[in-house]
Write a protein that binds this ligand. Structure first.
Ligand code: MTE
Ligand code: MO
Length: 377
């Protein structure tokens, strides 16, 4: 699978882990374009990269559906059966910016266990495929009691003393809202191997973990799946649970991501020479179909805030991030702390400090991003 990494990913990707492969784009390229080029999209894998023949590939749909069936890629792409949809969607790993939590509290070796993601475990692409709702309707809908859809990926991994396929589930209500797609194109190209070729799930507005790659089976269930990725991982714990007491029953399953943002320019410890204003760039995103309405940036550690130009902030593409940039007024000379804070359209905003939304699972670092720079005015 390393050959696939070299072939499909940008040469400057930061390789966080060679196997299973995990990588994110370097800081200077994360928000270079509002739509992330495929070679620069982050990659999160739990196992290897399956090699699937698209002609032999099929999708089994079973469980609590009226008429279980098996569909080929040609069936999914048959527009007389399923209308084709194209959507601009941001996928964000719930581990984004985990490195800030690691640097604050984690112990020795923890950065090896948890991929030490920075601000680049997020990417935005135009996906083409079909709405899963239409596919389930094609199967006659769910039978009574069918409430969740479980997705199986063809990759296997070893964890909790078992070898298993990657599997997670989402509620039917999410599918019914036409917010779950089965896609085969990413930015007008066939899905790259590393991103799930030939077909993956895209669950809009949920954490990346639900968007199963190398999909081969969908099973309708009465409850969320008990598969470990859903039930034991990707949980949000309260701080008092403690590092060594993370029992699944104490955690909340993470689905929609909260509002968050990151500063991509300047960089921490950079010496910035300017004439009264500093160019600041970044991204802002909110889960669940909420969108960033306002980005504010502070040059004094979060006491006074300036609003970034709001051109980009609209309901359009509500499942995608916003990239933003502004000239931040700054008269001081010396070390300053720049902070970004986003408000979404429900007026949710980000906690000011990492500690105020601490999660021992090291997922969802949604506090205001802070960087220290040396200002020369
Ligand atoms: N699907 C399969 N089959 N195997 C995986 O390891 N990782 C998930 C999700 N889908 C994963 C998967 C996680 S945690 C994330 S964040 C996204 O894929 C990342 O998608 P990407 O690698 O295309 O960026
Ligand atoms: Mo993830």
């Amino acid at each position: 699978s390393w050959e696939i990494v070299l072939k499909e990913k940008h040469k400057d990707m930061l390789h966080l882990l060679q196997f299973p492969y995990n990588g994110e784009p370097p800081k200077r390229l994360v928000t270079d374009k509002p739509v992330t080029p495929n070679p620069l999209h982050f990659v999160r894998n739990h196992g290897g990269i399956p090699d699937i023949d698209p002609v032999k590939w099929d999708l089994k749909i079973d469980g609590l559906v009226k008429n279980g069936t098996t569909l080929t890629l040609a069936d999914l792409q048959n527009e007389t059966l399923f209308p084709r949809v194209t959507k601009l969607v941001t996928l964000q790993c719930s581990g984004t910016r985990r490195i800030e939590q690691i640097s604050l509290y984690a112990g020795e070796g923890d950065e090896m266990i948890n991929a030490p993601w920075a601000e680049g475990a997020i990417g935005t692409a135009k996906y083409t495929g079909v709405s899963l709702k239409k596919v389930i309707k094609h199967c006659g809908g769910l039978v009574d009691g069918g409430k969740h859809l479980e997705f199986y990926g063809a990759d296997t991994y070893f964890k909790h003393s078992e070898v298993m396929n990657y599997a997670v589930s989402v509620p039917w209500s999410k599918v019914k809202a036409n917010e779950v797609l089965l896609v085969w194109e990413m930015n007008d190209e066939p899905l790259p191997k590393i991103h799930g070729f030939p077909t993956r799930v895209v669950v809009m507005g949920y954490i990346g973990a639900r968007s199963v790659k190398w999909l081969y089976r969908i099973k309708a269930l009465d409850k969320p799946t008990r598969a470990p990725v859903q039930s034991k991982e990707y949980l949000y714990f309260n701080q008092q649970v403690g590092k060594f007491n993370q029992l699944p029953t104490f955690g909340i399953q993470i689905q929609e991501m909260p509002v968050s943002s990151a500063i991509m320019e300047p960089w921490t410890k950079q010496v910035v020479i300017h004439r009264g204003s500093i160019k600041v760039k970044g991204w802002a995103y909110s889960g669940g179909g909420r969108w960033p309405e306002r980005v504010e940036v502070s040059a004094d550690g979060g006491f006074s805030w300036y609003v970034a130009p709001p051109e980009n902030m609209s309901k359009k593409h509500k499942f995608a991030w916003r990239t933003w940039e502004m000239d931040l007024p700054c008269e001081v000379e010396g070390w300053i702390e720049i902070v970004a804070r986003t408000w979404d359209n429900s007026l949710n905003t980000q906690p000011l400090e990492i500690r105020s939304a601490w999660n021992w699972g090291l997922h969802v670092t949604s506090s205001c991003h802070r960087i220290k720079i040396y200002s020369v005015n």
